[in-house]
Write a protein that binds this ligand. Structure first.
Ligand SMILES: *[C@@H]1O[C@H](CO)[C@@H](O)[C@H](O)[C@H]1NC(C)=O
Ligand SMILES: *[C@@H]1O[C@H](CO)[C@@H](O)[C@H](O)[C@H]1NC(C)=O
Length: 355
């Protein structure tokens, strides 16, 4: 309630709004153009035309992609079709893309709206796929078991919690345990847009396990991608509108303490971590206005950043791919498999290139 009063007062102070306008423009990095950075042998992936907002590649070359996101205020080319989870076999010469069938009587496929995804592999090699879902604009986490032979996902559980009203991405640390970003405080669309415009930074990160749910990091201006270092000691959080990647130390009791952050000239979306090198791969939006206010004449650009040695005093940051939107619009995520780079987008296509 206190927050609502604050918001109303801020909203009524029209004089203040003018100042917020320029800060809003810089938070969106309005007007930033990219310098093209091309890669050899890039191919758009056939069968992906409504985005691949998030993806994950297993060490054996199987890639999961979440497609067809419907998100408030963001473009969708297939607004009336449910989203899907696709599987790609990157260990094959001509990787096939196929839709994973979803099995389970308690799961409504027609309202499936997958967003961030994360896998967890048990010691016996059972693979669980955890998916942020937005059925009817709500937020849930769906837990699936991957059935490789049947090429299907067996639905096991739907997780909801009051601390998780607006989930964006998650990183699984067990079959039913995860850290997740909550990208807005408010659910109401009107209050959500004020929250975003004013930059209230009421977005946060939750730790979830069946008997322990708590906020472990907060005050983010749109917490977006989240991931973990290969040794499990550090958690990385992308703060979209502050253009920052935060490094948090993770403790045995699951609390997080801030260690450092890096700042970029681009809006940082999902983070994937190379399991061997520990490098971070980040899908970015150079100019956020082109994502939040879609114009087909001036589509959003794409940018992929690689961060090496993030814990050192001098991390090495490389723009590995950048396109003005003529080929790839609104990159959100990227990951490598055997010298190849797979890039996904919010609502458009996915691209596969050689490095
Ligand atoms: C690719 O990996 C999958 C999963 O391990 C396996 O079933 C398949 O046989 C592999 N294909 C090739 C060509 O190695
Ligand atoms: C969790 O562990 C950290 C590091 O050992 C400690 O500083 C902190 O007080 C602990 N928090 C809780 C809630 O137990």
């Amino acid at each position: 309630m206190a927050k609502l009063v604050v918001l109303t007062l801020l909203g009524l102070g029209l004089g203040l709004i003018r100042d917020y306008r320029s800060s809003y423009q810089s938070r969106l990095n309005a007007g930033r153009e990219v310098t093209q950075v091309e890669l050899p042998n890039c191919n758009l992936i056939k069968g992906i035309d409504s985005g691949a907002e998030d993806l994950e590649i297993l060490p054996n070359g199987l890639a999961f992609l979440s497609t067809g996101l419907k998100y408030p205020g963001i473009k969708s080319f297939e607004p009336n079709k449910p989203g899907k989870i696709l599987l790609m076999t990157l260990n094959e010469t001509n990787p096939a893309v196929l839709e994973l069938k979803i099995i389970g009587s308690n799961f409504d496929v027609s309202s499936f709206n997958p967003h961030g995804i994360s896998t967890f592999t048990e010691e016996d090699n059972t693979v669980y796929l955890l998916v942020v879902n937005h059925p009817e604009s709500k937020s849930t986490v769906e837990v699936f078991k991957f059935q490789e032979e049947e090429k299907s996902l067996l639905h096991l559980k739907t997780i909801r919690h009051d601390l998780m009203p607006n989930l964006n991405d998650l990183i699984a640390v067990g079959p039913e345990k995860f850290y997740a970003t909550n990208d807005h405080y408010f659910v109401n669309p009107y209050l959500r847009s004020w929250e975003l415009y004013l930059g209230l930074a009421w977005s946060y990160v939750v730790y979830y396990s069946p008997n322990d749910v708590r906020v472990v990091a907060d005050k983010f201006d749109f917490a977006n991608g989240i991931n973990i270092s290969p040794d499990g000691k550090y958690v990385y959080i992308a703060e979209l509108l502050a253009h920052k990647i935060h490094v948090y130390e993770k403790h045995a009791n699951w609390t997080l303490t801030p260690l450092k952050w890096l700042t970029f000239n681009t809006l940082v979306d999902n983070i994937l971590v190379d399991p061997v090198t520990g490098d971070l791969w980040v899908g970015c939006h150079p100019d956020g206005t082109r994502i939040f206010f879609y114009d087909e004449e001036n589509p959003p650009a794409s940018e992929v950043i690689q961060i090496r040695d993030i814990l050192s005093d001098e991390p090495k940051v490389t723009v590995v791919y950048a396109d003005n939107g003529r080929v790839l619009q609104g990159s959100t995520v990227a990951s490598v498999y055997k010298r190849k780079l797979l890039i996904g987008t919010v609502f458009q296509k996915a691209l596969y290139c050689e490095l």
